[in-house]
Design a protein around this ligand. Structure first.
Ligand code: ADP
Length: 319
């Protein structure tokens, strides 16, 4: 393969820049030309393509967000959009593409691979909701950011004898909520993966009060929603003054952690190795600290187990 492209698609995640850098440097080291495709699949449809050399990815490994910008692209879901994208690749001599994104982006990558432009996906999403990989780029940074913010909320909850209901991101998955909850000693972690009733939550708080506890942290996963209402209900049922905070997009930004930078570098390198062997329609991931790759369709059909044991531990030590 003589020329490859790299793009970031879907929600941004810290570490995407480290992946772009790794892909660019690995491609150049293998004698390939590398281009950046901007704003996800839109860049393929509009021809928004920039050359990348070893210096154009200097000084980005430590930066959050993505220098290639990211977007969602409705047109890419249809044959016409896919054909336009293919045409852009043919006109620009792009034979393979590394797509950094989530499940939706991988579906697009499979569609384009089926039309002759070989694509390799790298999981870049803070939500960790990619089944084939134990770990996605951005997840560790997002959890650390959430943990630091919950720590700050704990200071004020402690000072005012309050209950702080904190909604963390995760789209429909409770991975950030579980780990942040454990790391912050949350009294209760509400996720859709674990059955709960509001009575459980109230009882945990009431028992805490009886044991001399004065402040409480309740972590709520994004997919559950209605954190304001949860805080109101807790206050009404337990008598503990409660406040809701939705952390939101602050969890998406910031300088990536060691883990995100290392994972992005390893995955980016491996994706280019696959393309250099003319292998496409694959997704790269991490399993047991090993880099693995799967057929995209197979990857999309995989199922990820929630760590119920960790949840149980959290329930037993946080009261
Ligand atoms: P993520 O990649 O983070 O899951 P999205 O689901 O928004 O984010 O997908 C990102 C982009 O991938 C979409 O805007 C679209 O261009 C493309 N995409 C999503 N689903 C499909 C699909 N079923 N077929 C083709 N392309 C898709």
């Amino acid at each position: 393969m003589k020329k490859i492209g790299v793009l970031t698609s879907g929600g941004d995640a810290p570490g995407m820049n480290a992946a772009i850098r790794a892909v660019t440097r690995a491609g150049i080291a293998k004698g390939m030309e590398v281009v950046g495709i901007r704003r996800g699949y839109n860049g393929l449809i509009n021809g928004d393509i920039i050359p990348l050399d070893i210096r154009s990815v200097s000084d980005i490994i430590q930066r959050g967000g993505t220098v290639l910008y990211t977007a969602r692209c409705a047109e890419f879901r249809y044959e016409e959009g896919l054909q336009k994208a293919k045409q852009t690749c043919l006109e620009n001599g792009i034979e393979g593409i590394v797509v950094v994104g989530g499940d939706g982006s991988f579906r697009g990558a499979a569609d384009l691979s089926a039309r002759g432009i070989l694509c390799v996906g790298i999981p870049g999403t803070i939500d960790n909701d990619i089944s084939m990989s134990e770990y996605t780029i951005g997840y560790d940074t997002a959890m650390n950011t959430a943990m630091q913010l919950v720590d700050k909320l704990r200071d004020t909850a402690h000072s005012h004898d309050r209950c702080s209901v904190v909604e963390v991101m995760g789209r429909n998955a409770g991975y950030i909520a579980l780990n942040t909850g454990v790391a912050c000693g949350a009294t209760y972690i509400i996720t859709k993966e674990e059955p709960f009733t509001m009575n459980d939550v109230y009882n945990k708080i009431i028992n805490g009060l009886k044991n001399g506890k004065h402040h409480f942290i309740i972590v709520v996963a994004e997919g559950i929603g209605n954190s304001e209402q949860i805080a109101k209900d807790i206050e009404r049922e337990t008598g503990v003054e409660s406040r809701a905070t939705i952390l939101g997009h602050v969890q998406r930004g910031g300088s990536p952690t060691v883990r995100d930078r290392v994972a992005a570098s390893q995955m980016g390198y491996h994706a280019v190795e696959l393309l250099s062997r003319n292998t496409g329609n694959r997704v790269v991931g991490l399993q047991g600290n090993q880099i693995v790759d799967y057929d995209i369709q197979e990857a999309l059909n995989m199922h990820k187990e929630f760590d119920h044991e960790l949840y149980r531990v959290a329930s037993e030590i946080n009261f």
